[in-house]
Design a protein around this ligand. Structure first.
Ligand code: ADP
Ligand code: MG
Length: 233
């Protein structure tokens, strides 16, 4: 199996608070991984570290075979870790053209990526006319413009209505079926069960479980976790 991302004993402290504690896991090509945990469990911090926007305190991570620098590796990563942010008075297509220029990738794939997220017929609409779900789908199209090896999504369905949630989950599954590895963070067990093949369960920055989602259901740690009645988990 080809490794996409390897994390070894990663720790992140914010002052006295340990947001991520001695975390290790590996992402292998072709799977859909979830990082599952309640709010504050260290999901976004972990994603921030591997995307080079948060400095680690201890431990290590490396992308791919470990021979590429993080800077170069990130050219093969697509990520959405913030609310989608585009120019409101520009069309979807114009916004994506701009992203291509900034990323230094060809504009040839814009229509193909809009098709993947079901927005091709709305490509000439201004971003400000988009629903929240459409905005999120445009962000996914944008993150795919460089044909990434892995797509990273932080809470991809947050704030969406049931139809929007369903659409985004289906799109993630379609992208995975086309061979792109996925890593998503979610506080929703339901989301991980519906979308992911593998999961890392975090609580207070510590790993409680990692492995296949179907095996998680039978794992002792998982029931212990559910018994703690995290309403979101
Ligand atoms: P999650 O994404 O699982 O909700 P986060 O990774 O955002 O969790 O946060 C983990 C912990 O780290 C939380 O207690 C949060 O308040 C804290 N934290 C996150 N970012 C910062 C920061 N920049 N400064 C201080 N504390 C932070
Ligand atoms: Mg978060």
């Amino acid at each position: 199996m080809e490794n996409i991302l390897t994390i070894n004993n990663l720790t992140k402290k914010f002052g006295y608070l340990t947001a991520v504690k001695d975390l290790s896991f590996t992402i292998q090509k072709g799977n859909v991984y979830g990082i599952l945990g309640p709010n504050g469990s260290g999901k976004s911090t972990t994603l921030g570290i591997v995307l080079n926007v948060v400095n680690k305190t201890n431990g290590d991570f490396h992308w791919f075979d470990g021979n590429t620098t993080t800077h170069d590796a990130l050219k093969k990563v697509g990520a959405i870790i913030e609310r989608p942010n585009f120019y409101p008075y520009m069309t979807a297509a114009q916004n994506l053209k701009l992203v291509c220029k900034i990323k230094g990738v060809s504009t040839e794939k814009i229509d193909e990526k809009l098709e993947v997220v079901g927005l091709l017929d709305r490509k000439n609409s201004k971003f400000r006319t988009y629903s929240l779900g459409m905005k999120q789908r445009l962000a996914i199209a944008s993150a795919l413009l460089n044909d990434p090896e892995i797509l990273i999504l932080d809470e991809p369905t947050n704030g969406l209505d049931p139809q929007g949630i369903h659409q985004i989950r289906q799109i993630i599954k379609d992208i995975a079926a086309n061979g792109t590895t996925i890593l998503l963070a979610s506080h929703l067990l339901d989301e991980v069960e519906k979308v992911c093949s593998h999961v890392v369960v975090l609580r207070k920055g510590e790993k409680l479980y990692s492995g296949r989602v179907d095996e998680m259901i039978n794992s002792y740690g998982f029931f212990e976790l559910k018994a703690e009645k995290h309403s979101e988990l």
